[in-house]
Design a protein around this ligand. Structure first.
Ligand SMILES: NC(=O)c1ccc[n+]([C@@H]2O[C@H](COP(=O)([O-])OP(=O)(O)OC[C@H]3O[C@@H](n4cnc5c(N)ncnc54)[C@H](OP(=O)(O)O)[C@@H]3O)[C@@H](O)[C@H]2O)c1
Length: 234
């Protein structure tokens, strides 16, 4: 039986590139997102992770696709990123961010864990904002800090079970999420990349390669790994 990648948010961006990479390496792929991933041979579960009831509604369909206990790489990639601040963030946006970025990964872990054989891994997408804050990103910063705690708990609670974990924190990666925040204005892009040691945005395939490396090296366990081309501190 093939190794299996289960990924959230595989319809675009980093998730799409990651699914393509694992598929090319011979993995079967299951994607969970609202829109489908257009990757040949991949299975799609149409799921809105902001709905706390998604796991009760779609869990058995996921388990049917997994089939049996096997080596699984589970990647929590989908995320919500609102622009909000501590003094204005509304309850719903805070709850949705925590649901998609933190609670849904926990729900998915609990669905998939019984099917993970030794050698499996659980990888989380964090962010530079998992370990620092910037103004105007309150719900995202809060939830991405929480992701680090969830990963560290995963490491502690999986000890002795042959399942390793890491939190990979991309820097500015050229995806819809990033473009949604910075737009296409070249001056804004130049200002962002002027703080990157390599002077450019990260390509999605570079994060996919980092995830592939982490999945296949159990020595990377309980680790927060920044993948950002080097950020210049001023
Ligand atoms: N791009 C960056 O610069 C950057 C930097 C740091 C960290 N990251 C992290 O990297 C990960 C991927 O980011 P990206 O830039 O590739 O994002 P993206 O291009 O916006 O893609 C986000 C993915 O999440 C899915 N998603 C969003 N809301 C969902 C929901 N309610 N239910 C199910 N799926 C949902 C989307 O699928 P549907 O729309 O089809 O549902 C999409 O496939 C995220 O965790 C992000 O925080 C990105």
């Amino acid at each position: 039986m093939k190794k299996l990648l289960i990924i959230t948010g595989g319809s675009k961006g980093i998730g799409r590139a990651t699914a393509e990479r694992f598929s090319a390496e011979g993995y079967e792929v299951i994607n969970l997102s609202r829109s489908a991933m257009d990757l040949e041979g991949a299975s799609n579960l149409s799921v809105d992770l902001s709905d706390v009831g998604w796991s009760a509604a779609h869990g058995s369909a996921l388990v049917d696709l997994i089939q049996s206990k096997r080596e699984i790489v589970l990647i929590h990639n989908a995320a919500l990123h609102y622009s909000d601040s501590m003094d204005t963030v509304n309850d719903l946006e805070m709850q949705q961010s925590l649901q998609v970025n933190l609670v849904a990964p926990t729900q998915l872990n609990q669905l998939v864990l019984p099917y993970m054989s030794e050698g499996s891994s659980i990888l989380y997408l964090g962010s530079t904002l998992s370990e620092k804050a910037v103004p105007g990103a309150c719900s995202y910063v809060t939830s991405k800090h929480g992701v680090v705690g969830l990963m560290r708990s995963t490491c502690q609670d999986m000890a002795g079970r042959g399942v390793h974990t890491a939190c990979i924190c991309p820097g500015f990666t050229d995806t819809e999420m990033l473009r949604g925040h910075i737009g296409e204005d070249q001056d804004v892009i130049n200002s962002i990349t002027s703080n990157v040691a390599f002077g450019r945005l990260i390509e999605t395939g570079e994060i996919a390669s980092t995830l592939y490396f982490c999945a296949n090296n159990a020595v990377i366990n309980g680790t927060v790994m920044h993948a950002n081309l080097g950020q210049i501190e001023r």
